[in-house]
Design a protein around this ligand. Structure first.
Ligand code: DCP
Ligand code: MG
Length: 371
């Protein structure tokens, strides 16, 4: 229920992992504005303000009520002066002029367009922009621009992979991957993770963890799965990264570092007929299939809990979980392990299973308790 009387704000934690958050966002008008501001700072390589706006958005997303006056926000954590000004503007005028200025800025628009291509990050987008390129056709016609394989398929499948993936499509992909892993190892473990595990209705990709109950047997699982998808003719793109996992290493301090497990970034061909209830297709889209982004990660089974925890997201939740571990528990957490600095030992995965392994069927789309 959209309560108007705020719950006591003093109970809202500064850590996303200590806030119960549903998929219903009661403050979208504010959080959309913060997302634009965060992105614009990201394009200007200003990490501090970028993270500050993302943190502010995350706090507002956790509120079971809509912010209706500035006073109630005064006691909320993570809302700085700048965020407050934006909220005030929106409360007064229904919109933020600062945000509108960014949205109409050419550089912002172009960088946003370029980074929407799979394989193009802010650095590449900025490089293209500085060369005077302003559209996809500019980029594709520019002599001397080398597109890597990922970017080439990003352009090739642009329309499909910029369209959101639905729950039904995620489920259909789950069935395809399930069949592939089980043909290779009947007792394989397959789990849907990422945004769909948090109960989101739509995602930009579908994330899965695949492993085997026998330690070490997971090493060749992913390459076998990839071979099989290739044989089936549904592998449109694949970037495979072999494992560089070293179990003697302590958890990393850095958040943005990716984990070291074997993983692959794929684009798969999904037939409409494989999606329950059929796929919603527009008049002009009668091919009978679409391209979808899929990520697979394959940890050794004894690191399964940490991988599941690390890939369930959201990004802010993960960032704050690590910050919470470090600041409040003197522990280091990453996707591989949890290290207790006080006792100077690595904790077993069991300590985390209460939250992560809720015993629901591996491919179920049932949401976890804290999105
Ligand atoms: N993740 C992370 N750090 C990264 C990349 C990912 O912690 N650098 C984690 C958090 C994400 C999860 O992995 O929630 C999956 O990544 P996605 O980018 O697929 O994000 P989501 O699945 O949450 O959202 P979307 O619906 O956009 O796919
Ligand atoms: Mg995802």
């Amino acid at each position: 229920p959209e309560a108007t009387a705020p719950t006591p704000v003093s109970t809202v934690s500064q850590y996303a992992c200590q806030r119960r958050t549903t998929t219903k966002n009661n403050n979208k008008i504010f959080t959309d504005a913060f997302e634009v501001l965060a992105e614009s700072h990201e394009f200007n390589d200003m990490e501090g303000p970028c993270l500050a706006f993302r943190r502010a958005a995350s706090v507002l997303k956790s509120l079971p009520w809509t912010v209706q006056n500035l006073r109630v926000t005064e006691d909320l954590p993570c809302l700085g002066e700048h965020s407050m000004c934006v909220i005030e503007e929106i409360l007064q005028h229904g919109r933020s002029f600062e945000v509108e200025k960014i949205l109409s800025d050419e550089r912002y628009q172009i960088l946003k367009l370029f980074t929407s291509v799979f394989g193009v990050g802010p650095k590449t987008a900025e490089k293209w922009y500085r060369r005077g390129l302003r559209s996809f056709s500019d980029v594709l016609a520019e002599p001397g621009i080398h597109l890597n394989r990922m970017q080439q398929s990003g352009f090739l499948h642009y329309g499909d992979i910029s369209r959101a993936v639905s729950k039904a499509e995620a489920q259909a992909l789950g069935n395809i991957i399930d069949e592939a892993v089980r043909a290779i190892t009947p007792d394989a473990i397959l789990t849907l993770t990422g945004g769909f595990r948090r109960g989101k209705d739509f995602g930009h990709d579908v994330d899965f963890i695949v492993t085997t109950p026998q330690l070490g047997k997971e090493e060749r699982l992913l390459t076998s799965v990839i071979d099989r998808l290739k044989q089936q003719g549904i592998l449109l793109y694949c970037e495979y990264q072999a494992s560089t996992f070293d179990e003697s290493k302590l958890p990393s301090h850095r958040f943005e570092a990716m984990d070291h497990f074997a993983k692959c970034f794929l684009i798969l061909r999904l037939e409409d007929s494989q999606v329950e209830g059929g796929r919603q297709t527009a008049e002009e889209d009668r091919r009978g299939w679409r391209a979808v982004r899929v990520d697979l990660v394959s940890p050794p089974v004894d690191r399964y809990a940490f991988t599941l925890l690390g890939w369930s997201g959201s990004r802010q939740f993960e960032r704050d979980l690590r910050r919470f571990a470090r600041m409040e528990r003197r522990m280091l957490l990453d996707n591989h392990a949890l290290y207790d600095k006080t006792k100077q030992r690595v904790r077993s995965s069991l300590a985390l299973e209460g939250r992560t392994c809720q015993n629901h069927s591996p491919l179920s789309l049932q949401a976890v308790s804290n999105p």
